[in-house]
Design a protein around this ligand. Structure first.
Ligand SMILES: Cc1cc2nc3c(=O)[nH]c(=O)nc-3n(C[C@H](O)[C@H](O)[C@H](O)COP(=O)(O)O)c2cc1C
Length: 268
């Protein structure tokens, strides 16, 4: 993928499609890319393409979509974070080909999708996405939805990135500006942006600032998925700069408020 920052800045959720199938060439490229997708937690995430008409699949927020991709993962600790990381890789790659996506974790008839994706006991299918070419104009429904969620806004860096202690704003080093901007621009469920980072002793520690109602037994924690997405932007951004970040799970024991979960740390 060339110029990650351009892709991250240009990507927006697409809910209005032009009604055409994606080309065979694009489909093959996506399928090839999927085989290479990994995540730092080594939890396999499986992707299944589902034809909308053949399987009778739709979503009330979408129009003109012909194809979906569903993601499946075994239920275990960190499955949601791994899922967010892996699925976002596909989202960014699709956008680099001009293919629109939108994470769908809520606005779908879940039973139909789970059946079509042949979900098995012990697995979960937290989200799906349509795959298609954006229509020239967004539907009125989509514009209203974006407005309602405030989809174009993002929190300021000082609300997200801290130094040594919770809520002490990070002095952002020049060479980290771009990667942290990529984290800031990441998509999240209802645009809540629940990720927080505390930088301490040269390590970036990722946290989830939890809101109520996103953590479900059956489908995982959507906000942990969000943190996985943010982590994906961070790691891919660093890799693009030629760095070799290492993701570990080693809670540094920084004091955090209630309803904040430690997720993972990134060493340079
Ligand atoms: C985990 C996750 C679940 C989401 N679920 C839905 C959904 O069910 N329906 C929907 O229309 N958008 C959904 N979204 C899309 C977000 O609303 C969208 O990413 C956010 O508002 C920011 O807008 P943007 O993607 O255009 O930058 C979801 C996003 C994420 C990351």
């Amino acid at each position: 993928m060339s110029n990650l920052m351009e892709i991250v800045k240009g990507r927006k959720s697409v809910r209005t499609f032009d009604g055409k199938q994606i080309s065979d060439e694009h489909r093959e490229m996506l399928q090839k890319y999927i085989k290479e997708i990994n995540n730092p937690f080594d939890i396999p995430v499986e992707f299944v393409f589902l034809d909308a008409k053949e399987k009778g699949l739709s979503s009330p927020v979408l129009s003109g979509e012909q194809l979906y991709v569903a993601g499946k993962v075994a239920k275990k600790p960190y499955a949601d974070v791994a899922f967010g990381y892996a699925f976002e890789k596909l989202v960014l790659y699709a956008w680099s080909l001009g293919i629109g996506t939108v994470w769908i974790g809520g606005t779908m008839k879940r039973e139909l999708f789970e059946k079509a994706a042949e979900l098995k006991e012990g697995e979960m299918m937290p989200c799906v996405s349509p795959l298609g070419y954006p229509a020239a104009k967004r539907s009125i429904k989509e514009n209203m939805m974006r407005k309602g969620i405030g989809a174009d806004a993002r929190k300021a860096a000082q609300e997200l990135f801290f130094e040594n202690e919770w809520e002490q704003p990070l002095n952002i080093a020049k060479d980290m500006e771009e990667v942290l901007e990529m984290v800031r621009l990441a998509p999240s469920a209802v645009n809540k942006q629940p990720w927080r980072i505390v930088w301490k002793d040269g390590v970036y520690h990722f946290y989830e600032k939890k809101d109520k109602g996103y953590d479900k037994e059956q489908t995982g924690d959507l906000q942990k998925i969000d943190v996985g997405i943010a982590l994906c932007h961070f790691v891919m951004g660093l890799e693009e700069q030629g760095k070799s970040p290492k993701v570990t799970i080693s809670d540094p024991g920084i004091r955090v408020p209630e309803a904040v979960d430690y997720i993972a740390s990134v060493n340079m």
